[in-house]
Ligand binder design. Structure first.
Ligand code: ADP
Ligand code: MG
Length: 305
């Protein structure tokens, strides 16, 4: 790597490395993170490619923030406590304006999600952002996809379809009032991984997943891994007032069921448990396979291949 790329790393990627678990951050051959006694390491990696995962008009700070949020959401879905992250960044050129803005979004996400940036790799090529996250899990607990039991109840956090509605706004496919547009576009650019909720659900939820490809697709992964059927009541889907400013209810329902990128949690709890804050009960776990949503059109999630 040419020398000027080391100064680039020093300038833009060295300032966000402080955290409780960080013993050694950016600058050596590896970073060193510490676990508490009895903890296990959880890790996940996510890649965002310009034109595939984010439109080419996305601001660099949003690209960075969203890439970290998407990766952090996988820690949330396992119930893991965030420890840190690494960033593999491929750039067409060392554009200082881009890098300044990108590193602002990165720093904000690092602090919002308690994920210090402890290392990475910087290369030249088409804009690609790969974030690997590391988290800690107690020795005998994790939120897996495979534990849902017949008779459990199905829940989601937050509201659904906002990011898909926001992306359609950004593409000029519909219009709403100023504050609804700001809210929905913010839900696309700056998702909120449910890290605290995930940790609170440890030991309570029988199964969990984060919604990155759309509720139906992701609930389908719980159904498949658990060997159960999930029934979703479309009338119970939590919808934001901003999304409901859209006049076509069928479009709203489509976004809520099949729009990706919300990064909410979908999980199952044994019957009779207290409703976790900020969550809605949307259905139940039955014997069988697949996901049914009586009254909704047959829809799929986003697939790359
Ligand atoms: P190596 O050749 O040992 O892989 P590099 O020259 O790629 O190391 O990187 C030097 C240091 O800078 C390493 O500590 C690496 O983790 C860090 N680093 C490189 N790129 C980034 C980045 N985009 N964000 C954070 N740290 C980075
Ligand atoms: Mg390297």
């Amino acid at each position: 790597m040419p020398a000027d790329e080391f100064s680039l790393i020093a300038r833009y990627f060295s300032a966000y490395g402080r955290g409780d678990a960080v013993e050694l951050g950016v600058g050596d051959d590896c970073a060193i993170l510490s676990l508490r006694p009895g903890e296990r390491l959880a890790t996940s990696v996510d890649t965002a490619v310009e034109g595939v995962h984010f439109p080419d008009f996305t601001l660099p700070e949003d690209t960075a923030y969203r890439a970290v949020a998407a990766a952090a959401s996988d820690l949330a879905a396992m119930g893991a406590r965030p420890l840190g992250m690494t960033l593999a960044l491929t750039l067409p050129e060392a554009d200082e304006l881009f890098l300044h803005s990108f590193s602002q979004g990165l720093g904000l996400a690092a602090s919002d999600f308690a994920l210090p940036l402890v290392g990475g790799d910087t290369t030249r090529g088409p804009l690609t952002v790969t974030v690997q996250v590391f988290g800690a899990l107690p020795a005998h607990q994790a939120l897996l996809r495979g534990g849902a039991q017949v008779g459990d109840e199905l829940y989601v956090s937050g509201t659904l379809g906002d990011a898909a509605g926001g992306l359609a706004l950004l593409r000029g496919e519909w219009h709403s009032d100023e504050s609804s547009e700001a809210f929905l576009e913010g839900r696309f650019h700056r998702p909120t991984p449910r890290l605290l909720l995930g940790q609170q659900l440890l030991g309570l939820a029988s199964a969990a997943i984060d919604i990155s490809d759309g509720l139906l697709a992701d609930a389908g992964h719980i159904a498949a891994a658990s060997g159960v059927r999930l029934r979703i009541d479309p009338g119970r889907l939590p919808l934001s007032p901003a999304l409901l400013t859209h006049s076509d209810r069928e479009q709203v329902l489509y976004w809520a069921l099949s729009g990706g990128d919300d990064y909410e949690l979908c999980f199952t709890l044994p019957p009779g448990m207290e409703l976790p804050p900020g969550c809605a009960r949307i259905g139940e776990v039955l014997a069988g396979e697949g996901v049914e949503c009586p009254g909704a059109p047959a829809l799929g999630g986003y697939r790359h291949f």
